[in-house]
Ligand binder design. Structure first.
Ligand code: COA
Length: 121
């Protein structure tokens, strides 16, 4: 299998859990957003904001202490927007468990906060 480097890798803590002892989906969503922004920043150094995150389905829980990797890929460069895919994998023992995937759109903004064409760096 092709070796990939994640945009970010984190170990989740007891503070990130819900009452069932597994990690809150919102915590994972927050890291997805961060990983997506890291990926979009490879395309441009402009100010970017998250315009949208498409439907996210959680396929497996994440447990405290697992190493969670957020793999990213730029999927589209539009006029003012950048599309990014984020794949989330959690290391459970010697296995990588697929947790979820997400498609995000980031938009470049000018100094007035309006969308502006993507300038590649
Ligand atoms: C995202 C935002 C800049 C879009 O502004 P807008 O005036 O509606 O933008 P436009 O309709 O001109 O679209 C601009 C680009 O964004 C894309 N876009 C806008 N909303 C989108 C959405 N919900 N999902 C995906 N793409 C979106 C458009 O397709 C367009 O892409 P293109 O130029 O590459 O073709 C504006 O709604 C905004 O500032 N939202 C808040 C963003 C933010 O603060 N995020 C963090 C939340 S805490």
């Amino acid at each position: 299998m092709e070796k990939r480097d994640p945009a970010i890798r984190v170990v989740l803590q007891p503070k990130d859990t819900n009452k069932h002892g597994t990690i809150f989906g919102g915590v994972i969503l927050s890291y997805i957003d961060l990983a997506g922004a890291v990926e979009a920043s490879k395309t441009t150094s402009q100010r970017i904001v998250t315009a949208g995150i498409k439907e996210v389905d959680f396929k497996a829980p994440v447990l405290v202490g697992e190493v969670v990797s957020f793999y990213t890929k730029t999927t589209r460069i539009g006029r003012t927007s950048i599309g990014v895919r984020v794949d989330v994998e959690s290391t459970r023992g010697h296995q990588e468990v697929h947790v979820t995937s997400a498609e995000l759109t980031f938009v470049c903004l000018d100094e007035t906060g309006r969308p502006t064409p993507v300038v590649k760096t």
